[in-house]
Design a protein around this ligand. Structure first.
Ligand SMILES: [Cu+2]
Length: 359
């Protein structure tokens, strides 16, 4: 009942406002006050000019004052190219934007209502039409073709000796899988995913034996990296802003992105003057309630040797989970133990453990 009264009250108030507005309009029509129309037009014309000036000043001031917060230092080879293309496109569009913005507001000011003024009749002008068709067509074609060339280069095949790293997104964290000494990522199968085997490693295949997990993304400086990206549940996006890398992580398929880092974490610390600087990978797909928490620490080693030393210092996933040897076919188990780097003296114990599990 109360709700009904409130709704009825709102409807009545709206109806009263509407009738006041109608009466005001009718009174003006009867009076036919030309001077009023012309003076309110002038007020609007000046307001348009004010808006134009405030808009342009605000646009340039904001772009300049906050430049550092949206233009992060670039730290990859292809990033230099995409940044260059970005700024060329920006220059072209800003020139067009400023011209159109000024003309739009200047005309509303200059040609505001004036008693007795008539609009000039203007059917067409071939030269003008050719000019505003051909010039933008040439500019856009140049932008698109230079962009397409860069795109084809970025999305092309990675070289054979690129460092391969798998990045897996899931609600709501990232993990990375490294291929181990063989630089070959082993097969995975979603049916094999369980509480420990989060990658779904298919241990019947020998390339999986030396793969290892990392909760940080380690990258070499000056060596091509090929990211192999997948998702376990919903869409996520790998975003590495300093490397100008952005690629969807799609459930049920692999996406890839190749790039070469040009500045190590130490380089960036000295460049930014911030001793606590760290690269970061973020998810930029709104993938659920804790999407904001999908931040992945990134560390770039100073040299390829440093990176390789780090790789060597890591333990194979199979070494950390030796009970999974039971999924390795019996005749290959010996080789798996060697490849995973499981200490020789514990082999017997492990074999025994495997036998017990099998029984
Ligand atoms: Cu996500």
């Amino acid at each position: 009942m109360l709700t009904f009264i409130i709704v009825l009250g709102i409807v009545l108030v709206l109806a009263i406002l509407y009738f006041i507005f109608r009466i005001g309009n009718l009174v003006e029509l009867v009076k036919e006050k030309d001077e009023d129309i012309s003076s309110s037009n002038s007020v609007h014309a000046y307001l348009f000019m004010l808006f134009m000036i405030a808009g342009l000043v605000g646009f340039f001031w904001y772009s300049y004052a906050h430049f550092d917060s949206y233009n992060l230092p670039v730290a990859s080879e292809h990033g230099e190219v995409t940044d260059y293309l970005f700024w060329v496109t920006m220059a072209v569009t800003v020139v067009a934007f400023v011209l159109i913005f000024i003309v739009m507001f200047w005309f509303t000011f200059k040609y505001r209502y004036e008693k007795g003024r008539k609009a000039a009749f203007f059917a067409d002008d071939h030269k003008l039409e050719i000019a505003w068709t051909v010039i933008p067509a040439i500019v856009l074609a140049l932008l698109i073709f230079s962009g397409l060339r860069a795109w084809n280069d970025i999305t092309g095949e990675a070289s054979k000796d690129a460092a391969v790293i798998e990045v897996i997104g899931q609600q709501f964290f990232w993990t990375a899988r490294y291929p181990g000494k063989d630089n070959l990522l082993g097969k995975h199968n979603y049916k094999m995913i369980d509480a420990s085997n989060e990658f779904g490693l298919d241990l019947s295949e020998e390339n999986t034996w030396d793969d290892f997990k990392s909760m940080e993304l380690h990258l070499p400086k000056g060596k091509e990296v090929k990211l192999v990206i997948r998702a376990k549940d919903v869409l996520h996006i790998v975003f590495l802003p300093h490397f100008r890398v952005k690629m969807d992580a799609v459930p049920g398929m692999h996406t890839t992105f190749k790039f070469t880092v040009t500045k190590s974490t130490a380089d960036m610390r000295s460049e930014t003057g911030n001793p606590n600087f760290n690269y970061e990978m973020a998810c930029t797909e709104i993938c659920g309630r804790n999407h904001f928490a999908m931040r992945f620490p990134v560390f770039v080693h100073d040299t390829v040797e440093d990176y390789e030393n780090w790789l060597k210092s890591q333990e194979a996933w199979l070494k950390q989970n030796p009970d999974y040897l039971k999924y390795v076919p019996a005749e290959k188990r010996e080789a798996a133990i060697v490849k995973a780097g499981i200490p020789a003296d514990s082999q017997e114990a492990i074999q025994a453990a495997v036998t017990v599990t099998l029984n």
